[in-house]
Design a protein around this ligand. Structure first.
Ligand code: ADP
Ligand code: MG
Length: 701
């Protein structure tokens, strides 16, 4: 059933909405249709359909703003309508997913969630009617683990493939296999005009469709001296543009949301005739949508790298590029994720500059020197598979039946060290056995909507009567942003406000206290409005409500899918804190650290790798009095820190295999690498034994 562009267009032009019988198109629909028809892809709809009908895999590349993300899925939807199956379109980012779904629903004149919907982790707006589903690549990947044939879909579109996120890479591999099993499954891979060769060589038989959008020249200006004060420099440049240069909106790229808010507040104080709009993932949906609204004044959009290719904003003439971004990088040897503000790639710099030339010739101000650009910027960012932690992805592949992941057909194979580290972690978690085969627990863990490592905590929690708390913690750790706010100008006040939630032995319990206080503040009537309550407590309301939502979903899925029952919590138990700390110790034992007194203060060393780190200054345990602790993250922003830590008693650990003499790391000549660890464990064992002796003699008496 091949359709033509003409057929589709006449349906779009008709007064009745073809997707919704008995409804007429609105006037806004026709307004949007008029501008959609001018997009470069729309002018070549028939050509696209011809290629689509003739091939199973199609690579689409084109400039940002040519209409790939919003139009191509609609072309396919019209063509595939008769199939009765769904069309999926993936995005690497949540922000872009919800934004383009909203836009496309408006373009098709249907309520979001009906024929067009979206699905991101822990949040979805879809229904039985949904035929076009925008979703994050991670979410489609977890769907694929249950259905390797993608059988609900007639076509899967992977958008922004040039970003080469870990999930998109794995999806490319899985789709490559699925297409050979399902001849009627179509795959469309879309990317900006960069990094296309690699993907082309991975799909040698794929047809290509290139959209050469009209691009206007962009003049590029560099600084003559580099500056570390990029925020102030950015403000100066924006002021200069606004005062001296012709009409046209400004797009400013900064690395962090903190930078963005600071620059926005400086600019807002200064100008009334400039509309300042921040854009980053933590903003509410409504504020994100503001960037698309018309404004009486010149707009200045201050964004993170979401505005690089994922989100197209029209009317930009000036781009100001700080040349920086934040990227999490995982170091397998240290098992540490580093979040550093680092220079972007040359490819990103080019994309950023390109935003200025969409509608007319533009100007790009780069807040770095030409020399820096030439010498310090790498050509393009490495693919995610080379940069991330792999344990959960390896588990996913194993549960799908790919046992020798080492020989899996990756677009780019992961670094062997990262891969081996992933296997080692899975073994510590007991999700794979010594032969590398997935265990029963591993299969269950792979189905969790949070990181698989949490299954151990749930099982241990069920034993110790604190399952509910573990589920809460898993939810808190899965929110996009931390629940405790510490805005730079009010750090001190924030620390004081947070003290009432503090548990002196555990950051995890402090987080639980904050979450539970928030929930009871909502329930209690005649109290402060919840926004005010959160504001006063320096808590992030969005993160907390996200945590509650995630928690509630987790509880349901644990009950339904995994038959884990919800445990009644025992607040009144005097040992409440101890149960939680013990559970954390026994489920995250492979992330333990021991205090090593040092002449410069307190240093902790991780038990197995022996890496040194401090306790994060925001931790309740930052004074370093406790000997043993488990940590949730090993992070670095210059200095290595253990973050979100809980003090534990070595007595809880001594019976685990991981802490027996054979498992402790040794030097080449057979000595213990960390004598302090050995000493402390032996002491705990001795104490346990003498306690047992006491008990025995007590019984004899
Ligand atoms: P591409 O994916 O090729 O970069 P898009 O399909 O995202 O292009 O964008 C095509 C057009 O749709 C652009 O002109 C853009 O401004 C417009 N557009 C996309 N999303 C929105 C939105 N949420 N609101 C308003 N306009 C939008
Ligand atoms: Mg796009």
């Amino acid at each position: 059933n091949q359709t033509t562009a003409q057929q589709a267009e006449s349906l779009e032009d008709s007064r009745a909405n073809p997707l919704r019988p008995h409804e007429l198109h609105s006037s806004r629909y026709f307004q949007l249709l008029k501008s959609r028809r001018k997009l470069p892809v729309s002018l070549r709809r028939q050509e696209f359909l011809d290629i689509y009908h003739d091939s199973q895999v199609i690579l689409v590349s084109g400039e940002t703003g040519s209409g790939k993300t919003t139009q191509i899925p609609q072309f396919i939807l019209f063509d595939e309508w008769e199939s009765g199956k769904k069309v999926a379109c993936t995005q690497p980012r949540r922000l872009a997913t919800t934004s383009v779904a909203t836009r496309t629903a408006a373009e098709l004149d249907v309520p979001l969630g009906d024929q067009v919907g979206y699905s991101v982790r822990f949040e979805r707006k879809t229904s039985r009617m949904t035929r076009l589903k925008y979703m994050t690549d991670g979410l489609l990947l977890s769907e694929a683990s249950k259905d390797r044939d993608f059988s609900a879909y007639s076509c899967v579109i992977l958008d922004e493939a040039h970003e080469r996120t870990l999930s998109t890479d794995l999806l490319m591999a899985l789709l490559k296999m699925a297409t050979s099993r399902r001849p009627c499954l179509k795959v469309v891979i879309m990317s900006a005009t960069l990094n296309v060769e690699k993907i082309q060589s991975y799909f040698p038989a794929a047809a290509t469709f290139e959209i050469s959008g009209k691009v206007h020249p962009v003049q590029i200006h560099y600084l003559s001296h580099s500056t570390p004060r990029y925020c102030y420099c950015a403000v100066t440049v924006v002021k200069h543009i606004h005062k001296n240069m012709a009409e046209g909106d400004i797009l400013l790229f900064l690395p962090t949301s903190g930078d963005i808010e600071m620059v926005c507040s400086i600019l807002r104080d200064e100008y009334e005739d400039l509309t300042i709009l921040p854009l980053y993932s933590a903003l509410s949906r409504a504020r994100q949508e503001e960037i698309f609204e018309d404004s009486e004044y010149r707009k200045c959009i201050v964004a993170t790298n979401v505005a690089e290719t994922s989100i197209t904003i029209d009317g930009i003439v000036y781009v100001v590029d700080s040349g920086l971004e934040i990227r999490p990088v995982y170091n397998p040897r240290l098992r540490m994720s580093t979040v550093l503000t680092s220079p972007i790639s040359k490819a990103s710099a080019k994309q950023r500059a390109g935003r200025a030339g969409r509608t007319q010739p533009g100007i790009c101000f780069r807040l770095y020197t030409e020399q820096t650009h030439r010498a310090c910027f790498i050509p393009s960012a490495p693919p995610g598979i080379l940069e991330g932690e792999l344990a959960s992805q390896i588990l996913l592949l194993k549960v799908m039946g790919f046992d020798s992941v080492g020989t899996f057909d990756f677009v780019d194979p992961p670094h062997p060290e990262v891969y081996l580290r992933g296997l080692q972690d899975l073994r510590s978690m007991r999700y794979i056995d010594d032969k590398g085969t997935i265990t029963r627990t591993g299969r269950i863990a792979a189905r969790l909507s949070v990181h698989p490592k949490w299954l151990n905590a749930f099982m241990e929690g069920q034993k110790n009567g604190c399952l509910r708390e573990m589920i809460d913690l898993a939810a808190i750790s899965s929110t996009q942003h931390p629940i405790f706010l510490r805005p730079p100008p009010a750090r001190f006040a924030a620390d004081i406000a947070h003290q009432r939630f503090a548990c002196p032995l555990s950051d995890h319990i402090s987080q639980l206290n904050a979450l539970h206080a928030y929930e009871s503040a909502i329930k209690t009537e005649n109290r402060l409005p919840i926004n005010q309550w959160c504001f006063d407590a320096f808590l992030n309301r969005r993160a907390l409500s996200e945590a509650v939502r995630i928690r509630d979903q987790l509880v349901v899925s644990l009950q339904n899918e995994l038959a884990i029952t919800k445990e009644v919590c025992r607040f009144e138990d005097a040992e409440y804190d101890t149960h939680i700390r013990k559970t954390l110790a026994r489920s995250f034992f492979y992330q333990c650290a021991l205090k090593h007194p040092d002449m410069f203060g307190t240093i902790y060393r991780t038990v197995h790798e022996g890496h040194t780190a401090g306790i994060h200054p925001e931790s309740v345990l930052s004074e370093g009095i406790q000997e043993w602790m488990v940590y949730s993250e090993f992070v670095s922003s210059g200095t290595p820190y253990l973050q979100t830590v809980t003090a534990v008693d070595p007595a809880w650990l001594i019976d685990l295999d991981f802490f027996q003499d054979d498992s402790l790391p040794k030097t080449a000549d057979g000595n213990f690498k960390q004598p302090l660890v050995k000493k402390s464990l032996d002491k705990a064992r001795k104490k346990r034994d003498s306690l047992e002796e006491d008990l025995i003699s007590f019984e004899i008496l």
